[in-house]
Write a protein that binds this ligand. Structure first.
Ligand SMILES: NC(=O)C1=CN([C@@H]2O[C@H](COP(=O)(O)OP(=O)(O)OC[C@H]3O[C@@H](n4cnc5c(N)ncnc54)[C@H](O)[C@@H]3O)[C@@H](O)[C@H]2O)C=CC1
Ligand SMILES: O=C(O)C(=O)[C@H](O)COP(=O)(O)O
Length: 371
């Protein structure tokens, strides 16, 4: 069985080698010719999987993307050809939620505010948005939840409209899928009209897809007023991003919010499990045995440790300012895609075990640390 796998997927050999012969490819350079004799195709988000790419292939038995987003996959076409398809829902939800937390704690430190006095609107309350809402709930930060599709389905929740959230929240973070049409279209969900109507000082975070926010309108607003605080992990037209916007962005990163070792590894594992199920094989591996020991594993909190010090604790494990600095220093020499390919090791909060006689420990466990 020939397994074609994106070169940026970790642990492919560890999981898939027993199932067939593996060949790796550059996700942006895959051609119909290269795919023509593949049995299994494993991609990440940068490869458009559609009729054009698969035109010469008659042997395909499985397609997987080791990502949460599926906007690069023509699922109708795969269904038409009866090619089984799997994605990795939730694989990097914790990673993206921790990216947002790292960002808001960094801004709190630099702008001298307490996160505990702020309201955070979460737009899109699926795997990522819910994970973030749970973590913020665990530490007592107020959230406003926006998810019209869930609201329409009758899901229980204290739902708010996007307009209310944009007006009332101090921080607005986007976690919607990219949907280009229909009732719940998210393409330019934050369009020029909404951007221009935002009150000064709002903190906007986008770690979903670049097209969810009109980048040109954002640039125009910042060039005129420079009064929004922006955290952008995703950009329109990646990898050729709107570089004029960079100086107006407080924290800028190269679409790496989901790139913890755990998040990327889970994506590969989920595809392996899906393929095993399709082949009716018992999966034989788990993730932890393949991950290195983190550099920091244990910490004792004294009784006097207070939640105002939580930002420093989060930044011990992951400080998004590291990735902002890398983007600004190396975008021109390396390019957006190489920054993503050579992304330094990042671990999740759960790799740090906290102990000590501190009354806040159980909240920290719900927040994501191990206890
Ligand atoms: N920056 C990064 O590294 C990463 C980005 N992503 C992006 O984040 C997106 C969200 O991921 P998940 O939470 O796993 O997806 P999900 O599918 O679990 O949740 C998305 C939620 O958004 C809601 N939604 C859809 N349209 C909406 C609208 N118009 N307004 C408000 N809510 C709406 C849905 O009802 C759903 O609850 C992915 O589709 C992907 O594009 C995902 C992982 C990593
Ligand atoms: O899961 C998703 O959706 C993402 O956006 C990934 O975290 C990033 O995907 P890649 O571009 O690394 O495939």
């Amino acid at each position: 069985m020939k397994i074609l796998a994106d070169q940026n997927m970790p642990l492919v050999d560890a999981f898939f080698a027993p199932l067939g012969e593996i060949e790796r490819f550059d996700g942006r350079a895959l051609t119909p010719e290269m795919v023509k004799d593949a049995d299994v195709l494993l991609t990440r988000s940068v490869t458009q999987v559609n009729a054009n790419l698969l035109a010469q292939n008659t042997s395909l038995k499985f397609v997987g993307t080791a990502t949460i987003g599926v906007d690069h996959i023509d699922q109708d076409y795969l269904a038409e050809r009866q090619v089984p398809f799997a994605s990795a829902p939730g694989c990097n939800a914790v990673a993206v939620a921790e990216y947002v937390l790292s960002a808001v704690f960094a801004l709190a430190q630099e702008q001298h505010f307490s996160l505990f006095d702020k309201t955070i609107a979460i737009v899109g309350v699926g795997n990522i948005g819910q994970c973030l809402a749970d973590k913020l709930g665990a530490i007592g930060v107020k959230t406003l939840l926006v998810d019209p599709p869930r609201q329409a389905r009758g899901d229980m929740g204290d739902w708010h409209s996007l307009e209310t959230a944009l007006a009332e929240a101090d921080i607005i973070t986007f976690h919607v899928p990219l949907v280009k049409d229909g009732e719940h279209c998210t393409y330019h969900l934050l369009d020029k009209q909404r951007i221009d109507a935002l009150a000064e000082g709002k903190i906007l975070i986008n770690a979903s897809r670049g097209d969810v926010i009109d980048n040109q309108a954002l640039l125009a607003r910042q060039q005129a007023e420079d009064d929004l605080c922006l955290v952008l992990d995703v950009w329109e037209n990646e990898p050729d991003i709107l570089e004029e916007l960079l100086p107006y962005v407080e924290l800028a990163t190269a679409h790496i919010a989901g790139h913890t070792l755990e998040g990327k590894g889970r994506g590969t594992l989920m595809l392996y499990q899906a393929l095993c199920q399709h082949l009716n094989i018992e999966p034989s591996s788990d993730l932890t045995q393949h991950l290195p020991t983190p550099s920091l594993t244990q910490l004792t909190l004294s009784e006097s440790w207070s939640k105002e010090e939580l930002g420093a604790l989060v930044h011990l494990i992951y400080d998004v300012r590291r990735d902002d600095a890398i983007l600004r220093a190396q975008l021109h020499s390396h390019g957006f895609d190489l920054l993503r390919k050579t992304y330094p090791v990042r671990r999740e909060l759960s790799t740090l075990t906290l102990s000590g006689n501190n009354p806040y420990l159980s909240a920290l466990a719900a927040f994501g640390f191990s206890i």
